[in-house]
Design a protein around this ligand. Structure first.
Ligand code: 3PG
Length: 306
């Protein structure tokens, strides 16, 4: 029987797991659950005889792929797939997919929630400021960036965006001002929200010169990936520019150093952008359906290792 493993170090909400189970069992497959695992060995053992895997930010590297002798497909229930070794997967004839857009609203809502929390001084009771009328720069206008724009406009923010892969007219059609470069986006914005994936091109690209070009009182908010930040340079900048703030949903490697910037730095303890019942259900069910579609009918929509 076709076996589908859900391997989630950070588990889905219970209704999402129930929905996934339903789809998998209705297809005549068997569901295997590995949640909250703490050792890689647990993952290596669990993958040994499965045909398909659903993951979140769980790492699928060459060692995992070597251990998964029957594996045909891995679906990352979410957007970013930097946690999967695509080359190794292709070499093992394993199809890799993501579920783009399914958790985007959840991440976008967190962005605005964190921004309110930040401009109100982390709810310490002192007079803060409002988001209305502030310039928000969205770096990358994908599913999350578009949702951030939609909600930010509801707050009355003045929204700008830059996306190297999205034409300006698409950005403008969403009622957002398109700027010509990421440099311009940082210069024009009071707040910059990052929505770029972690790729060889973007890793460490958010550096001192970019963030340092922000206006007085600038806020950088990161709900994307920690890898896109040049941490040593950002630490240096925060020490020099005591007006800047860094807010993140992905705890930096150098969290202890950032934590010294009291009142100007905040990190969630564990990435929680996509941690809602709705996002888990949307992404989890999409992943289960994509696995059934691939195994039964060879559907490869959303494959990322073509
Ligand atoms: C994504 O890429 O979909 C988000 O970063 C969510 O990741 P998570 O499933 O690990 O919460």
């Amino acid at each position: 029987m076709t076996k589908v493993l859900v391997a989630t170090e950070k588990p889905f909400a219970a209704p999402a797991v129930a929905g996934i189970k339903d789809i998998i069992e209705k297809a005549g497959f068997e569901l295997v659950l590995l949640e909250k695992y703490t050792e890689k060995q647990q993952l290596l053992s669990a993958v040994a005889d499965v045909d398909a895997i659903i993951i979140r930010s769980d790492k699928i590297d060459a060692e995992v792929l070597n251990a998964a002798k029957n594996l045909k497909i891995v679906v990352r229930a979410g957007a970013g797939y930097d946690n999967v070794d695509l080359q190794a997967a292709t070499a093992h004839n394993v199809v890799v997919m993501n579920t783009p857009g399914q958790n985007a609203n959840a991440v976008a809502e967190l962005v605005l929630g964190l921004l309110v929390f930040t401009v109100r001084n982390f709810f310490n009771g002192k007079a803060g400021s409002e988001l209305m009328g502030k310039k928000l720069g969205i770096l990358a206008f994908g599913n999350v960036g578009r949702n951030v724009a939609r909600i930010a406009k509801g707050f009355g923010m003045d929204v700008y965006a830059y996306d190297a892969f999205c034409p300006a007219d698409v950005i403008e059609a969403a009622g957002v001002k398109a700027v010509a470069s990421q440099e311009e986006l940082f210069k024009v914005s009071d707040i910059v929200s990052l929505h770029i994936p972690a790729t060889p091109e973007t890793k460490q690209s958010i550096n001192k010169s970019l963030v340092g070009s922000m206006k007085k009182g600038g806020i950088l908010i990161n709900t994307a990936r920690k890898e896109v930040i040049n941490e040593p340079e950002l630490i240096e900048l925060l020490a020099e520019r005591t007006d800047l703030k860094y807010i993140t949903d992905i705890m930096p490697d150098a969290n202890d150093k950032f934590a010294e910037f009291e009142g100007r730095y905040f990190s969630t303890p564990k990435k929680m952008g996509a941690q809602t019942a709705e996002a888990n259900t949307n992404a989890g069910l999409a992943a289960a359906n994509q696995i059934v579609g691939f195994i039964k009918d060879g559907v490869t929509k959303f494959q990322v290792n073509k």
